[in-house]
Design a protein around this ligand. Structure first.
Ligand code: MG
Ligand code: MG
Length: 277
């Protein structure tokens, strides 16, 4: 059985929190810049400045020769899009922005999907479904639980949204890409699937730190990679959303390292419930 590669001490989680806050700050700035007419290279440059001004290093720049600070993935692009001055955002687009930063050797990793100008309601709903599924997954993580409890919660949330009365949208939970352990390396074991049966995989313990990142399309769950060797798109060209947070299991419950309030607003009672047992 795949194990949690390494449990982190509270001191190490403290350093990962610093990295997480740098990422959160960069994403907040970049979110504010997203508008029709802005290029994905401009978003990338802003994120680079935020991260380096904070004394941190971008996680992605140079990772397996990736050439940028951010991954920016527009519309049918799911993940790993390369920022470019030629890729200018248009009204009605949506853009997924993935950002990582390193503080004292420790990584934080988070992604948001942002509407550009006015988007059709279907896209706004897709972003909401992806975001809600991520939070449902985080809320399902607890000490003594299994890794796949998180996967099952993500899948359940997406199916619940698809079955909601009045919603005729179809959702694909992207196959072959998912979350991961994270620490002194951007990607550690275990792999965290966005679907599956609960009660499987390694046991979650205090000190577990994971990045959860559902990728949801308005159609196909299958993907293909573009000739640039990085950009992953939906096979059927349907739009895709991607949201991500890095979170830790601590003695006090779930703590979301890449969210300024630690996740308390979103997790609320779910988080305090986990604390009690
Ligand atoms: Mg990421
Ligand atoms: Mg990640």
């Amino acid at each position: 059985m795949e194990q949690i590669e390494s449990l982190k001490t509270s001191q190490q989680i403290g350093l990962m929190r610093e990295a997480g806050l740098v990422v959160a700050g960069a994403l907040a700035v970049v979110r504010g810049l997203v508008a029709p007419g802005v290029s994905t290279a401009e978003l990338n440059d802003a994120a680079y400045s935020c991260i380096t001004d904070a004394g941190a290093k971008p996680s992605f720049l140079g990772y397996r020769d990736f050439p940028a600070t951010l991954c920016t993935s527009v519309n049918e692009e799911i993940v790993h899009g390369i920022p470019s001055a030629r890729r200018v955002l248009r009204d009605g687009d949506m853009v997924s922005i993935d950002c990582g930063a390193i503080v004292d050797g420790w990584h934080g990793d988070s992604a948001i999907t942002v509407p550009v100008g006015e988007v059709r309601p279907q896209l706004a709903r897709l972003i909401e479904v992806c975001t809600d599924a991520m939070w449902a997954g985080i809320a399902a993580a607890k000490v003594g639980g299994h890794l796949s409890d998180i996967s099952a919660a993500v899948e359940r949330a997406v199916k619940h949204a698809a079955n909601k009365q009045g919603n005729s949208d179809r959702y694909g939970i992207v196959r072959g890409y998912g979350g991961h352990g994270i620490g002194t390396r951007l990607h550690e074991d275990p792999y965290l699937s966005n679907y599956g049966k609960a009660g499987r995989g390694p046991l979650l313990a205090t000190g577990t730190v994971l990045a959860i990142e559902p990728m949801i399309t308005l159609g196909s769950a299958s993907t293909r990679e573009l000739a640039d060797g990085w950009t992953v798109v939906s096979k059927d060209g349907s739009a895709a959303a991607h949201t991500e947070h890095t979170f830790a299991l601590t003695e006090d419950g779930v703590f979301v390292l890449t969210q300024p309030d630690g996740g308390s607003a979103q997790l609320g009672e779910a988080a305090s419930g986990l604390c009690q047992g």
